[in-house]
Design a binder for this molecule. Structure first.
Ligand code: SF4
Ligand code: MG
Length: 331
C-alpha cells in the first residue's frame, strides 16, 4: 500500500517588500490511501502553508521548491489550468471556516452539485441527485429537502458537513482538512471527526489532518508530523508521539494537551515563549530559545542545526534533536 501523495524537501519562501520570508524550510511527508497523517504545530509553524503549497493555492509571491507527487505525478510547477483539474477532484480541501467556503446566495444543494459539474460532464439533474446523495452521506437529515436551504439556515456543524460533502463529491483520493473542527463546539467537533473517519474508511481516502488539537490527532491519525518554525521537529506513528515523544517541543505540546480523564487545571500548561519566524534561526536548533533541555546538550543546540534522525529501535520514528536520550528518562 504505497503512498498516494509524497512531498519531498518542500520549501516555501514569500517574496515581500522587506525581502524574502521563509515559511517552510524543507519538509517531507507521505500519505497512503485510507491513512491519516496529522500535521501538528502552533500557528506560524508552516503547517497550513505546506498544505496550500500541495494544492497550488499560495499567492503568486510564494516560491515553492521541492517535489509534490500525486500518484507519482509532479504537481509543483504545473500550470494553473492543470492544477484546477486536480484541485477539488483528485485532492480536495476542507477549511476551518465553513461560512467562507460557502456562497451565501446559493442553496447548499446547488453548490455541491456545481462542485460536481466542475469535474464531470453531466446534466444538472444528475448533479443534483449526486449532491443529495452526498448530503445524505455526510449526515444532513432529510437531504432531498434540505438541499434547497441556504447556508445561513444551517448550524455551524451542519455547514461543515455540507463543506465536507462538497469536498467529497468528486471522490478525491486525498483530502486535506485544515483545522476542520476548530470553529465548532466540542460535541460537534467529535461528530465531524467521526464523520471524516467514516467517509475515509468507506472511500479509502488519504487524509491529511492539519491540527493543533492533539486530542483529535490521538483519535484519528495513523502518522504524525510535528512542525516547528517551518521544519519537522518529529515524526512517527501516533503511538510514537504519544508514548515515546522524543522532541522537547512535542513533549511541550503533550503537556499543553487538555485531558478529559483528569480535572482541568486552572490554566492550561503552555510552552513559554513564542516560536521564531521560520528561517530566522539559521544556526543551531530553532527551538533552542524555548527549550528546557538545552543545558543537557550544551553548545551544539546553538551551533549545529539538528536534522531528523531515526530513534534507535523505533522503526520510522525520527526526531530533530541533539539529545540522544528521551527527555523524560533524564528528568
Ligand atoms: Fe532542545 Fe537542543 Fe534538542 Fe533543540 S537540539 S530541542 S535546543 S535539546
Ligand atoms: Mg481513519
Amino acid at each position: 500500500n504505497g503512498p498516494i501523495l509524497e512531498v519531498h524537501d518542500l520549501k516555501v519562501t514569500f517574496r515581500t517588500e522587506n525581502g524574502s520570508v521563509p515559511a517552510v524550510d524543507g519538509i517531507d511527508f507521505a500519505v497512503a490511501p485510507g491513512q491519516t497523517l496529522a500535521i501538528v504545530g502552533e500557528s506560524g509553524s508552516g503547517k497550513s502553508v505546506s498544505s496550500s503549497a500541495v494544492m497550488g493555492l499560495l499567492p503568486s509571491n510564494a516560491d515553492v521548491t521541492g517535489e509534490v507527487l500525486l500518484d507519482g505525478r509532479e504537481l509543483n510547477g504545473l500550470p494553473n489550468d492543470e492544477l484546477r483539474k486536480i484541485r477539488g477532484n483528485d485532492i480536495a480541501m476542507v477549511f476551518q471556516d465553513a461560512l467562507s467556503a460557502l456562497n451565501p446566495y446559493y442553496s447548499v444543494g446547488w453548490q455541491v452539485a456545481e462542485a460536481y459539474r466542475l469535474h464531470h460532464d453531466v446534466s444538472k439533474k444528475v448533479a443534483r441527485s449526486r449532491a443529495v446523495e452526498m448530503l445524505d452521506k455526510v449526515g444532513i437529515p432529510d437531504a432531498a429537502r434540505r438541499a434547497d436551504s441556504y447556508p445561513h439556515e444551517f448550524s455551524g456543524g451542519m455547514r461543515q458537513r455540507v463543506v465536507i460533502a462538497m469536498a467529497l463529491v468528486n471522490d478525491p483520493r486525498v483530502l486535506i482538512a485544515d483545522e476542520p473542527t476548530t470553529a465548532l463546539d466540542v460535541t460537534v467537533q467529535a461528530q465531524i471527526m467521526r464523520l471524516l473517519d467514516d467517509v475515509q474508511d468507506e472511500f479509502g481516502t488519504a487524509l491529511i489532518l492539519i491540527s493543533h488539537d492533539l486530542g483529535v490527532v490521538a483519535e484519528v491519525a495513523d502518522d504524525v508530523l510535528v512542525m516547528y518554525a517551518g521544519r519537522a521537529a518529529e515524526r512517527g506513528t501516533v503511538r510514537d508521539l504519544f508514548f515515546r515523544a522524543a522532541h522537547p517541543y512535542s513533549l511541550g505540546l503533550l503537556g499543553a494537551m487538555p485531558r478529559v480523564d483528569v480535572p482541568p487545571k486552572p490554566r492550561l500548561t503552555t510552552i513559554p515563549g513564542t516560536p521564531p519566524t521560520p528561517g530566522s534561526i539559521t544556526t543551531g536548533c530553532p527551538f533552542q530559545p524555548r527549550c528546557a533541555y538545552t543545558h543537557l546538550v550544551g553548545e551544539r543546540c546553538i551551533t549545529e542545526r539538528p536534522e531528523l534522525t531515526p530513534r534507535p529501535g523505533e522503526g520510522d520514528h525520527e526526531a530533530a534533536c541533539h539529545l540522544g536520550r528521551r527527555p523524560e528518562v533524564i528528568l
